[in-house]
Design a protein around this ligand. Structure first.
Ligand SMILES: C[S@@+](CC[C@H](N)C(=O)[O-])C[C@H]1O[C@@H](n2cnc3c(N)ncnc32)[C@H](O)[C@@H]1O
Length: 482
């Protein structure tokens, strides 16, 4: 379902103008770019609270006033003729340690109800739906345009990233489309952490052959897609969208690392959709997020809300949970970053560890089922609501025992803990570098691509995790015996 109506950007948009943004980069980590700075040479945040007047692209057709005065069946549809704008409340967008991020510009007291901080209308998003009949929004591609056929040749359920990349490239090329402005806020190839953009050398820096091979397959797939659809015979309007495979890879990397997947309801239609949502895509990930997304179907917009009961201090980063319960390699694959405190990461041990799960958990004051994520305030540092993720992850990876298997004497468990430690040491010995060497390398990195930095961090995080498990097992033995 497409129309040939181009959606224009409101000229009154008060965030930034095209000329203001030209030449501005997206990250301080690339010295070739300079972000807008104030007199004290601090990054100047994009101002919010922002609200711009709706831009009437074309007015809703005047409904003839009939004598019956019937209500339109769905008055909401009449809004389709307006380009609405994004609204943000009490937040600012600025650079932080993880690239651009969203930060609170004022304190927020905990409220019983979730509080909206951003509203982004459907018209500004790039959206592809996953199931047939597939559709995308906004309807910026005229029927018969070859990019429509290219998108249509892919599988809506499995190729969402390729489809979204095509839509993004088209939107960036589409005269007066909002994304021509917003495109300046997207990370460049050097700034994007997506591993799709990684070189062979950078992939080897991961020190994870499985992950490297998964990425190589993804790169190959995207490259084949580009070669098939961007061959020399294609019309210029296609050619110019991605003149070289790197440009296409970049678009796929952007789609993968910034897309949000949501259930969307439009009228009577419920569907899973992959969306590139401007401004909301600046939110970074946390395993302890303070915000979440919500699709407000009545107004056809995505809202970002602060969790109910959440206290926010001015300057706090606003975060969301990108993917629930995923290990670091999955985060790397999709977003190009890993976390040293990922509570869902795990170590696969080779055999049966003769440690009783519950006794391990109880030594660390963790109670309940192993599958769950447990929080114990007694164990957390002040202000830190996480129990050490490595401890929990280690606990979760130990096989559970039935009552009959409970070892009668602690020495059995003590030996098991020692065995696990040895296995961890062997794992560490397989890495070509130690965590100390990785840390040193990271400290000395200058002008490296963000992918290289992310690759080194990833392998460092794996080693730190294993080292933490060794420490946890040390502690376990001490507490078990005394
Ligand atoms: C949706 S974007 C978020 C905005 C992004 N920081 C930017 O500069 O535009 C996702 C990207 O942000 C970065 N990112 C988000 N959360 C992160 C985290 N917790 N740690 C490290 N990098 C993170 C990664 O580069 C990821 O691919």
């Amino acid at each position: 379902m497409v129309s040939s109506l181009p959606l224009s950007q409101p000229t009154s948009h008060s965030f930034f103008s095209k000329t203001q943004l030209r030449g501005f980069g997206h990250g301080s980590w690339r010295p070739s770019f300079s972000f807008c700075r104030d007199s004290e040479s601090k990054v100047r945040p994009i101002k919010a609270l922002v609200e711009t007047a709706p831009f009437p692209l074309f007015q809703p057709s005047k409904v003839e006033e009939s004598s019956s005065e019937l209500e339109p069946a769905d008055p909401d549809f009449y809004k389709i003729g307006f380009i609405r704008s994004m609204r943000a409340y009490g937040v600012e967008f600025k650079e932080g340690p993880d690239g651009f991020g969203v930060y609170a510009s004022k304190d927020v007291e905990p409220l019983r109800r979730a509080r909206v901080i951003m509203e982004i209308p459907l018209e500004l998003m790039l959206t592809v739906r996953q199931k047939l009949p597939w559709m995308f929004f906004p309807d910026i591609i005229p029927v018969g345009h070859p990019i429509f056929d290219i998108i249509n040749s892919t599988n809506p359920e499995t190729d969402w990233h390729l489809r979204l990349a095509c839509l993004l490239l088209y939107a960036l090329d589409c005269q007066d489309n909002f994304w021509q402005l917003y495109g300046d806020f997207l990370p460049s190839a050097d700034e994007c952490t997506s591993l799709l953009l990684a070189t062979e050398e950078e992939l080897s820096e991961l020190q994870d052959p499985n992950l490297a091979s998964t990425i190589r397959n993804e790169q190959r797939r995207a490259l084949e897609f580009w070669e098939k659809n961007w061959h020399s015979g294609v019309p210029l309007k296609i050619k110019r969208l991605a003149r070289d495979p790197q440009r296409f890879m970049w678009a796929v990397g952007i789609a993968q690392s910034r897309c949000i997947n949501m259930q969307m309801r439009l009228g009577a239609l419920h569907q899973g959709a992959n969306m590139l949502i401007p401004y909301a895509d600046m939110l970074n990930h946390s395993f302890e997020p303070n915000c979440f997304f919500h699709w407000r179907f009545k107004d056809r917009m995505v809202e970002v809300l602060i969790n109910a009961g959440q206290r926010i201090r001015k300057g706090d980063e606003m975060t969301v949970d990108y993917m629930s319960r995923q290990k670091n390699d999955i985060f790397m694959q999709r977003y190009g970053f890993s976390s040293p405190v990922n509570p869902w990461d795990e170590i696969k041990f080779s055999g049966d560890a003769r440690i009783h799960l519950d006794s391990f958990l109880s030594v660390f004051n963790i109670s309940g089922l192993p599958e769950e994520y447990y929080h114990n305030t007694l164990l957390s540092n002040e202000g830190d609501t996480f129990v050490d993720g490595a401890v929990i992850a280690a606990a979760r990876t130990l096989p559970s025992w039935s009552d009959g298997d409970v070892p009668p004497i602690p020495s059995v468990e003590w030996k098991a803990a020692k065995d696990l430690q040895n296995e961890c040491q062997e794992m560490l010995a397989e890495f070509p570098t130690t965590s100390k060497q990785d840390q040193k390398l990271l400290d000395s990195l200058q002008d490296a691509t963000r992918t290289l930095e992310a690759a080194i961090k990833y392998r460092l995080h794996r080693k730190l995790f294993i080292e933490k498990v060794i420490q946890a097992l040390d502690l376990y033995q001490e507490r078990l015996l005394f």
